[in-house]
Design a binder for this molecule. Structure first.
Ligand code: ZN
Length: 491
């Protein structure tokens, strides 16, 4: 209540009073003569700040001074970032260990911050693709604002990044950068000729347009990448030229346009959303060409062998993964960037390999698992709502969502809801098929409307997540903590 905020200020903003008055204890900050803190009202959080501090909100007279009680809106978030620079994103990808923690709901960061107290990895708290923005009806501004407020609330001062993830066009890159994003993941998939991977050598030769300069640089040549031998044969060279040359041109043009200014921005090149894995030789060629043409990537995301499906463990031959990953990691070291592992949620059987073979120099992206943990909270504390959503996903949303997410889910492996007691519902999150059912349908679940135009699930979900915020934070601390424990286990 506002009267609690008033009492807190009247008492001199004493740290010992925080809990009694619903003030977030770590949010109490002063800068440039401004005192500001965050408090929980019944249905939302607010910022209270000294009047005249540039924040706009409802005036409040308390403790013999003028204050404002402010909404956590975009203008106030801008002011927050200016006044408290640790709440603004920065370039962090050049640090040794980084982890992308895509938060589709705007509520996960406090839990993530707890996990990071035990690990030195630097976070990318704001990380969203255009697809995710569209499916959740959010904007880059909103995603970053949520991260900034959480960082302020929890006093996380180690620095964090903001990643415009899987951007495919110049316009998208421009939008993310204009919102203050400090990292761009350029998705080159629309410029990759995936069909050339399956062609015969003859077909490749017929389509290939020779470039003598490039041939002299790569064809029939052997390279050493940090102790790993890379040989590019004639046919392999023609094929990789056909697959990647246009993507390389695209990456170079985006880099020259947006990344050569004064501000340090992290550039990631993603070639992972393709039909076939990236051979180490192809990875070498793409990296070598980018660097020769002046691009300085912070991270590169190849597509690894096996399957990195959403929200479940790695599917594939671990021995082969380890063998190829060793070469990918050596290539990254050779050229001076980090390997980025996408769809990194829940890939528990590969994390120790990633940590060891990169020698503790990695970037891992997670997103969906944070949503799944939020839904597990609902299954545990609001079984009736969970049942309704599960049924909706099963009967309607899943089929629609498979149009934009690749999964091999078998819905028959999910136990029928009426055979489960309420207490058993959270166990569904240990079932890979149930995980994927809920994982890929988030956009439809969040946007489904009643005939009267109100949201069918969204408002009830957010109410639950507010009531059970502590449970959610604990779950994330445990679950993302498991990711990090494995990543850190062997280097
Ligand atoms: Zn990806």
């Amino acid at each position: 209540m506002i009267s609690d905020i008033e009492s807190f200020i009247n008492g001199g903003c004493a740290a010992a009073d925080c809990e009694a008055y619903g003030v977030y204890p770590r949010s109490l900050h002063t800068a440039e003569g401004v005192t500001a803190f965050m408090a929980a009202l019944e249905d939302r959080d607010v910022l209270a700040a000294s009047a005249g501090s540039g924040f706009s909100g409802e005036p409040l007279r308390a403790g013999g001074a003028d204050w404002v009680v402010c909404r956590l809106d975009h203008d106030n978030a801008q002011r927050l970032r200016a006044l408290f620079p640790f709440t603004a994103p920065e370039s962090v990808l050049t640090r040794e260990r980084t982890i992308g923690l895509g938060d589709r709901l705007g509520i996960a960061t406090p839990g993530h911050i707890r996990t990071l107290e035990k690990y030195d990895a630097s976070p990318i708290f704001a990380q969203q693709s255009i697809r995710e923005l569209t499916l959740t009806n959010r904007t880059f501004e909103d995603v970053l604002d949520c991260a900034s407020w959480a960082v302020f609330r929890e006093d996380f001062t180690r620095g964090f990044g903001a990643d415009g993830d899987h951007l495919k066009t110049e316009k998208e890159v421009e939008y993310a950068i204009s919102c203050g994003y400090t990292m761009i993941t350029l998705d080159c998939s629309e410029h990759i000729r995936g069909d050339a991977a399956a062609m015969t050598d003859e077909q490749v030769a017929a389509e290939y347009r020779g470039d003598p300069a490039l041939e002299a640089l790569y064809m029939n040549r052997e390279f050493d990448a940090d102790g790993e031998r890379i040989f590019i044969g004639e046919n392999a060279f023609r094929r990789m030229s056909l697959i990647y040359n246009e993507a390389i041109d695209f990456a170079v043009s985006i880099y020259k346009k947006f990344f050569t200014g004064e501000k340090t921005l992290d550039f990631e090149i993603s070639i992972d959303e393709t039909a076939t894995p990236t051979d180490p030789e192809q990875h070498f060629y793409v990296a070598s060409e980018l660097i020769r043409r002046g691009v300085k990537p912070a991270t590169v995301a190849p597509r690894f062998c096996g399957e990195f499906q959403k929200g479940i463990d790695y599917i594939g031959d671990l021995k082969q993964f380890e063998k190829e990953f060793a070469v990918h990691a050596a290539i990254a070291r050779h050229f001076g960037y980090k390997i980025s592992v996408h769809s990194g949620s829940d890939k528990f059987s590969v994390f120790s390999i990633v940590g060891r073979l990169t020698r503790g120099n990695f970037h891992l992206k997670t997103a969906g698992t944070n949503w799944l943990e939020a839904m597990a909270v609902v299954a545990e504390h609001d079984p009736a709502l969970y049942r309704e959503i599960h049924q909706y996903a099963l009967e309607y949303a899943f089929e629609k969502a498979t149009a934009y997410y690749h999964v091999t889910t078998n819905l028959n492996n999910i136990p029928a809801l009426d055979t489960l007691t309420d207490a058993q519902l959270p166990e569904l999150f240990a079932n890979n098929d149930a995980r994927q059912l809920i994982h890929i349908t988030y956009g439809l679940i969040l946007s489904e409307k009643n005939p009267d135009g109100t949201f069918r699930f969204k408002d009830r979900l957010y109410r639950d997540w507010r009531v059970y915020a502590e449970e959610y934070a604990q779950r994330l601390e445990r679950h993302i903590g498991r990711h990090l424990a494995e990543l850190y286990s062997e280097f």
